[in-house]
Design a protein around this ligand. Structure first.
Ligand code: CP
Ligand code: NVA
Length: 312
């Protein structure tokens, strides 16, 4: 059997592979037709979700349908997984029915265990540590809007979470300067930064600071995410206090490059990590970014199934 290609985190992907996927995502978008070559004809893809989702679930379901495949949405609570069946047994069984498994869950180790147990490709649709599909869409969006990836400075303002980790890794791989500003104690994991730097393109620079103004100054992209991620709801008050100085507001946008664009993976909390006037303002590209989730899912699936056909 040919070796399967998982997407567990962007640490496993190199510059060429990422560039190929994001370029293909742009081709899918530019083709501007919803139905095309049915490159997933006859394929069924399981989508296991242990956390809520709007963009990831729907962009995968629609992408799979438009490419002629069949998505099987599985709420983890309604699987035997929710009653104690192991993730390994779940994966072994699903692999007998389905051609790939997309999973959103808490512990990243569970996704690794699933990928080890299942004979079909596994795609990480968000864990507590990583959100690689989001980062692919983000890189595609930066390339689309700025028409380059070199000489780009990304300022990530907020929590050093799954979204930050994946964008940090993707930036390192693609030679983008990435500066995160996080409150003390909420910085991205040092081990992840080390691994990202080990696989970094020579042009990339990764920095973590505690001052949002320092990170935002002169940046081409201002990026943020929620202060309390899924699973951290009980910490929301404590986090609101710790992050009170980390809102992307008009003042922060004012110190960035004049052509700076504002990104957010969504869902957003206006008035917390981002001011309403910024999220809904002229420099915001958040809804194009959200749209690109669907184009990049198609490109990723084409990559995973090793088809060169565009499917359009
Ligand atoms: N950005 C993102 O992953 O959104 P959902 O949680 O709605 O899937
Ligand atoms: N960091 C957020 C991202 C949501 C898409 C979370 O994990 O909830």
């Amino acid at each position: 059997m040919a070796e399967k290609r998982d997407l567990l985190s962007l640490l496993d992907y190199d510059h060429e592979e990422i560039y190929q996927i994001i370029s293909r995502g742009l081709q899918f978008k530019r083709a501007a037709t919803r139905k095309g070559n049915q490159i997933l004809d006859g394929k069924s893809i399981a989508l296991i979700f242990s956390k809520p989702s709007t963009r990831t679930r729907i962009s995968f379901e629609v992408a799979i349908a438009q490419l002629g495949g069949h998505a099987v949405y599985l709420s983890a609570r309604e699987l035997q997984l929710g009653r104690g069946e192991t993730i390994q047994d779940t994966g072994r069984v699903l692999a007998r029915y389905c051609d790939a498994i997309v999973i959103r869950t808490f512990a990243h180790e569970d996704v690794v265990s699933l990928a080890n147990a299942a004979d079909v490709p596994v795609i990480n649709a968000l864990t507590d540590d990583f959100h690689p599909c989001q980062a692919l869409a983000d890189l595609m969006t930066i390339l689309e809007k700025k028409e380059r990836l070199s000489d780009i400075r990304v300022a990530y303002i907020g929590d050093g979470n799954n979204v930050c980790n994946s964008l940090l890794i993707g930036s390192a791989k693609m030679g983008i300067d990435f500066k995160a500003a996080c409150p003390p104690g909420y910085e991205p994991d040092a081990g992840i930064i080390k691994k990202a730097l080990a696989g970094a393109d020579k042009g990339a620079k990764i920095e973590v600071v505690n001052d949002p103004l320092e990170a935002a100054r002169g940046a081409d992209i201002l990026y943020t995410d929620v202060w309390a991620s899924m699973g951290q709801e009980t910490e929301a008050d404590k986090r609101r206090a710790a992050f009170s100085n980390f809102t992307i507001d008009e003042k922060l946008v004012g110190v960035a490059d004049q052509q700076a664009l504002v990104m957010h993976c969504l869902p957003a909390h206006r008035g917390e990590e981002i001011a309403a006037g910024v999220l809904d303002g002229p420099q915001s590209i958040v809804f194009d970014q959200a749209e690109n989730r669907m184009h990049i899912q198609k490109a990723l699936l084409a990559h995973i199934f090793k088809t060169n056909r565009l499917g359009v």
